[in-house]
Design a protein around this ligand. Structure first.
Ligand SMILES: [Zn+2]
Length: 275
């Protein structure tokens, strides 16, 4: 599933291609995505000049003078540049044409992605307005995170996945960050020491920054806007590695279910009790 680094990678790869360009046509071939695509979105988006491309949580925002397009990639969505005249594939649900210069296609076999029309400030859209802080921003610091940890007994992994607290830290990167911080995913958030909270915060930032720098993680068929796969998979320490030896201590990586999600951890590097 495209997570924050993958969406950031799509955003960065599209910036030099469509910034300043004007949408001449938006074609919806299938409007039954996770939410139905707005019936008049083609009229709304026609003539929109892209003034800014940004990411908020796992949403990609294309912002123009009269409104914005808000994309979510769901489980299997991608937005990539196609050659003009290239045959459309079965799951290319939306096409965005910028004159005869650029053709973008939104491809999503599982159709959990979505496309919304936002105002000139997409951040006030109902889907975005109540989101928590960005993990790579200065707002995500240990005093902010400690305040949330202290008031809940949910597992620390569950707190990292809570988008009202911090956005865009999905299952892969929560597992990886907790390994780097040496904290077991099932520990109650309120049981973490100040030093552990600081370590988790730092690890979340480090692992996401590293993943962004590597272009994200390609597990199935994720590619960025230019069709390039992410390279972070080679850096995974625990995610999807249950039964394999820990890269730090050779103990077998375990899998358990925490907050209804698969969690991967090393029982020696991430003890269930604080050392
Ligand atoms: Zn280990």
């Amino acid at each position: 599933m495209p997570e924050l680094p993958e969406v950031e990678s799509i955003c960065r790869s599209l910036k030099p291609i469509i910034l300043g360009e004007t949408i001449t046509e938006l074609l919806v071939h299938n409007d039954k995505l996770r939410w139905p695509v707005l019936a008049n979105i083609s009229e709304q988006a026609g003539g929109l000049t892209i003034r800014n491309i940004a990411r908020r949580a796992k949403y990609l925002l294309m912002v123009g003078d009269k409104g914005s397009l808000i994309w979510h990639f769901g489980m299997s969505g991608s937005l990539r540049v196609a050659s003009i005249g290239e045959e459309r594939r079965r799951h290319d649900h939306v096409e965005l044409l910028f004159g005869d210069k650029v053709l973008l296609r939104f491809y999503d076999p599982r159709k959990f992605g979505s496309l919304h029309w936002g105002g000139r400030d997409p951040l006030v859209h109902p889907l975005l307005v109540n989101l928590g802080v960005e993990p790579l921003s200065e707002q995500f610091n240990s005093s902010y995170f400690a305040a949330h940890c202290r008031k809940t007994t949910v597992p620390i992994k569950g707190l990292l996945l809570n988008a009202a607290v911090v956005v865009g830290v999905g299952n892969i990167y929560a597992s990886e960050a907790l390994f780097r911080a040496g904290v077991n995913p099932s520990r109650s958030a309120s049981s973490l020491s100040s030093a552990e909270i600081e370590a988790v915060c730092r690890a979340v930032r480090d692992v996401l920054a590293q993943a962004v720098a590597s272009g994200g993680t390609t597990l199935r068929d994720y590619v960025n806007g230019k069709g390039e796969p992410g390279l972070f998979k080679d850096c995974l320490m625990v995610y999807g590695r249950h039964g394999e030896p820990c890269k730090a201590c050779s103990t077998k990586i375990c899998r358990s279910v925490v907050s209804n999600r698969s969690s991967f951890f090393c029982p020696l590097c991430q003890p269930i009790r604080s050392l």
